[in-house]
Write a protein that binds this ligand. Structure first.
Ligand code: SDX
Length: 431
């Protein structure tokens, strides 16, 4: 650690202590407060973690002011243009871009872990046909530890690696099976001759009665969207996975906790909420009314797909998806979806409104992604499932980084207690 310190002084007691600063390779350094409570008797207070680094990581870097996103140092724009989802997955798990042999070997491993245990398939039947696919996915992923006892010893690096491969490989199969259950169609087995994205499309949309051809435009669009959703520093679901993992829970349980956290409309559930919002707005003529609602403090309505805790500039992923959205819609739908026009008009009005400008609220990754999913024929209630498939790479990478740390310890935050001071029990006949 460097000799850089900052000074804390308590103006009531006059106590002064030096706090070490941990230097970063990019972005802000961090004041190490690990001994702060012991040395001062105070907790630090930061609900929502606006100023708190919960860990050290080499995986993903965000610069919210510049609208910059790097995976292992590589700009998201370059990976989106030149890479593939499985190549990015290898990068995140192994710190380096693979050569062709390494990529072929990794792809082969993932392909050959994509099937589900036949007994597991019966679990889907226990859900009502109208169960939300995210509810099914949380349950099924959490149950994987019941099937894979040979990869739950998290102290064993090989077990950790197998579990990571199984999770990345099986998420599309679980997602597609959740979708098929919701529409009453038979599950489709993975096809090892297809790409990761192509396989998912085939498992979702093929039926036993006729041949299905994967549309290459849809395949590339899905692979690209998956790249953009792989990881994103210590977002809510990733932090949930890390906290669950810090208790040494098995990896399947940890990823299930991440899926649950992702589901919320303030997080990964926003892509589904954006489409619901656009459908509610319905027409360009209604936009101003909804923008006014979003600004009204007495109204809980927010513009879904806008704003971000870190990005105070345009989310670089949203910029890429926006461009791709236009291309995909025109190629797949032969004309722009009226929803896309409505989204662009909403974006234009919001970005010129003082309320949004002042608060640096820009479209985030969820604002346009749902429009592409819709163009690919994916139903709205599957949008967050798509997000979870891609983010599984980030979750398992962050989990492996955390478990592999020398000083790994259970995460156990404290609190600012403001409840009643001690008092004695009162018998019920005296209350
Ligand atoms: C994702 O963390 C990640 O990296 C997440 C993610 C990832 O890849 O993992 O990027 C994916 O979750 C993207 C975000 C998707 N969520 C949404 O689109 C939902 C709509 N957005 C908001 O709920 C909100 O912007 C958050 C949750 C995204 C961020 O919330 P913050 O950082 O806690 O910001 P805030 O609530 O404190 O808002 C600051 C101000 C407030 O106004 P004031 O109190 O200052 O007057 O901005 C306002 C908020 O009311 N505001 C909005 C708004 N978002 C913030 N007002 C209207 N519409 C919005 N969308």
């Amino acid at each position: 650690m460097s000799d850089h310190t900052v000074t804390f002084t308590d103006n009531r007691t006059g106590q002064t202590i030096e706090l070490p600063v941990r230097e970063s390779t990019l972005g802000p350094g961090a004041i190490d407060i690990g001994r702060f409570f012991r040395d001062t008797g105070y907790f630090t207070y930061d609900p929502g973690f606006l100023s708190t680094a919960s860990c050290q990581s080499d995986l993903t870097y965000l610069d919210g002011d510049q609208g910059q996103l790097l995976y292992r140092g590589y700009p998201i724009e370059q990976l989106a243009e030149k890479s593939s989802f499985l190549e990015v997955a290898h990068l995140m798990l192994n710190d380096e871009l693979p050569n062709q042999d390494e990529l072929d070997s990794f792809t082969d491993i993932i392909i050959h872990h994509s099937m589900l245990n036949e007994s597991l398939k019966r679990l889907f039947g226990g859900f009502y046909h109208d169960a939300h696919p995210m509810a099914i996915m949380v349950g099924v992923v959490g149950s994987l530890s019941a099937f894979y006892h040979d990869s739950t010893d998290i102290t064993n690096a090989r077990h950790r690696e197998i579990a990571a491969h199984r999770l990345i490989a099986k998420m599309p199969t679980i997602a597609a099976a959740s979708y098929k259950h919701s529409i009453g169609e038979p599950q489709v087995y993975p096809d090892n001759s297809l790409s990761y994205a192509g396989n998912l499309l085939n498992m979702m949309f093929s039926i036993p009665c006729e041949p299905y051809e994967v549309n290459p435009i849809a395949e590339r669009a899905l692979d690209l969207i998956f790249i953009l959703h792989v990881d994103h520093e210590q977002n809510a679901s990733t932090s949930t996975v890390r906290l669950a993992g810090s208790s040494l829970a098995n990896p399947f349980a940890c990823i299930a906790s991440g899926i649950a956290a992702l589901w919320g409309p303030a997080h990964g559930g926003a892509n589904e909420a954006v489409l619901d919002m656009l459908e509610e707005i319905g027409d360009v003529s209604n936009i101003h009314k909804y923008v006014a609602k979003a600004k009204d403090k007495n109204d809980s309505f927010r513009l879904m797909g806008f704003g971000h805790r870190v990005y105070k500039n345009y989310d670089p992923r949203a910029r890429i998806i926006r461009t791709m959205c236009h291309e995909v819609l025109s190629e797949l739908c032969q004309q722009d979806d009226p929803m896309f026009e409505l989204a662009r008009e909403l974006e234009s009005i919001a970005l010129n409104d003082e309320y949004f400008i002042e608060r640096k609220l820009y479209p985030n990754v969820d604002f346009y992604s749902g429009l592409i999913y819709k163009a690919l024929g994916i139903p709205t209630n599957m949008f967050t499932v798509m997000f979870a498939i891609a983010r599984t790479v980030g979750w398992v990478s962050q989990w492996m980084e955390m478990i592999g740390e020398d000083n790994q310890r259970i995460g156990r935050p404290r609190q600012l207690y403001t409840g009643p001071t001690q008092r004695d029990y009162v018998e019920i006949d005296k209350r």
